[in-house]
Design a protein around this ligand. Structure first.
Ligand code: NAI
Length: 395
């Protein structure tokens, strides 16, 4: 069948297998050209490995460090005429590319929060690799079922008082206003349960208890802070509360597993269009303005450029470059004062008439479609395709 995009608000319900493959291949090509990792890891577990920052991390581990990788993801295989999710196709493409270069790559598809998936992953590591020497935590999930069966739902709300600001209407690219409600205490707590650090630490503990993690392992999770403009919806919102918890967890992991030499870091990344971030109100308009300014100044990066810089220049596996609070700052270019001054100047003026002048709406949508394998150069979208694609390591 011919596969075309079916967009609903901030989601695309279809994905294109060949476009996703092309996207993964482009990222691999980038890493091969630009990677400069010294003493990189050799056996890497990536939790949230199929899209966005996690996929870029797995590609860097495999093709930059020549590491064996185990990926964890929560994706859907195709069924009848329904396509698989982009993360499924990405992972199929990744595993094929890894196999072509004799790189070990296996994937577990299931709920990373569950004990069952943790056990499955640990069994796999013990059987095939013995131990891992790096653990990258890149989950972005809407909900978590805890071990006692309680379901926690993460929400994207502000805290304190309701917050109103400009917003990009994704249906027609007009600029309107959006009011974001203040969360209740329970909602903040639930978001912290889902997106905070509890599960990251649970993974490190499970790996340690099972003796499936090397001494001196490096583990890191991804965070976002952003500019003051987005504080009410991000850093001072429910998701920010979860990120603060994640930051605190890095300290706890360092303390608890000190004797094993495990080092935990937070890498604060740049705001980018991914499946997780396009769901946050107000943020897409900020990103479109930011893209425009960063592209004009030659500072723009996508996930693959960011993570290549994390592995290389920021030396996450060596003498990691951190700020005064121990955070790795991949958002350094986003937060350059001159970039943010220009964001603020444009933000004041932006409206439906001048949106294309002040914001990179085309770039936003290009990234959005490409996430699902559409709009990729060199892919024939008229071709009939079988949407069912196998991932070699998943029976
Ligand atoms: P994404 O939506 O592209 O990736 C999420 C990954 O988590 C996918 O591999 C998905 O399969 C997996 N996943 C989701 N629920 C799961 C579950 N229950 N079990 C197993 N796997 C599951 O998201 P993105 O944007 O790459 O986010 C990754 C991390 O980076 C998050 O912590 C996010 O907050 C952070 N980050 C994102 C930024 C952005 O602008 N996109 C900026 C800075 C940090």
């Amino acid at each position: 069948m011919k596969i075309s995009p079916k967009v609903r608000d901030f989601l695309c319900l279809t994905a294109h297998p060949e476009g996703c493959r092309k996207n993964v291949e482009n990222q691999i090509t980038y890493v091969k050209k630009h990677s400069e990792v010294k003493n990189g890891p050799k056996k890497v577990l990536v939790i949230g490995a199929s899209t966005g920052y996690g996929l870029a991390s797995r590609i860097n581990a495999a093709f930059g460090c020549k590491a064996a990788t185990v990926g964890v993801m929560f994706e859907r295989q195709a069924a009848g005429k329904r396509t698989a999710t982009a993360g499924w196709y990405n992972t199929a493409a990744f595993e094929h590319a890894a196999a072509n270069e004799d790189l070990y790559a296996k994937t577990v598809n299931g709920d990373a929060f569950s004990r069952e998936v943790k056990e499955k992953v640990i069994d796999l590591i013990k059987k095939d690799l013995g131990k891992v020497d790096a653990v990258i935590y890149s989950l972005a999930a809407p909900r978590r079922t805890a071990e006692d069966g309680t379901v926690y739902q993460s929400v994207l709300k502000t805290t304190g008082e309701d917050f109103t600001n400009k917003n990009l209407n994704l249906k027609d690219n007009t600029i309107g206003e959006k009011t974001i409600e203040a969360a209740t205490e329970e909602e903040v707590e639930a978001t912290v349960k889902v997106m905070g650090g509890e599960d990251w630490k649970a993974w490190i503990r499970a790996l340690t208890d099972a003796d499936a993690i090397e001494e001196d392992t490096v583990t890191f999770a991804y965070s976002y802070i952003g500019p003051e403009l987005t504080y009410p919806i991000y850093f001072e919102g429910t998701i920010g509360a979860a990120k603060k918890h994640l930051h605190k967890t890095a300290g706890e992991i360092n303390e608890e597993f000190k004797e094993r030499g495990i080092r935990a870091y937070i890498s604060v990344n740049k705001g980018l269009v991914t499946q997780a971030s396009s769901a946050i109100p107000i943020v897409p308009l900020y990103m479109a303005v930011l893209y425009s300014i960063m592209k004009e100044r030659g500072l723009h990066e996508g996930c693959i450029e960011q993570i290549t810089r994390l592995f290389g220049e920021k030396a996450v596996f060596g003498q990691a470059e951190t700020d005064g609070q121990g955070l790795i700052r991949l958002d350094d270019w986003e937060l350059k004062p001159e970039v943010q001054a220009e964001v603020e100047r444009r933000w004041e003026k932006i409206n439906t008439k001048n949106v294309k002048e002040y914001a990179d709406i085309e770039g936003y949508w290009e990234d959005f479609y490409q996430m699902f394998g559409f709009d990729m150069d060199g892919v024939d979208y008229e071709k009939d395709l079988d949407p069912s694609v196998n991932i070699p390591s998943i029976p």
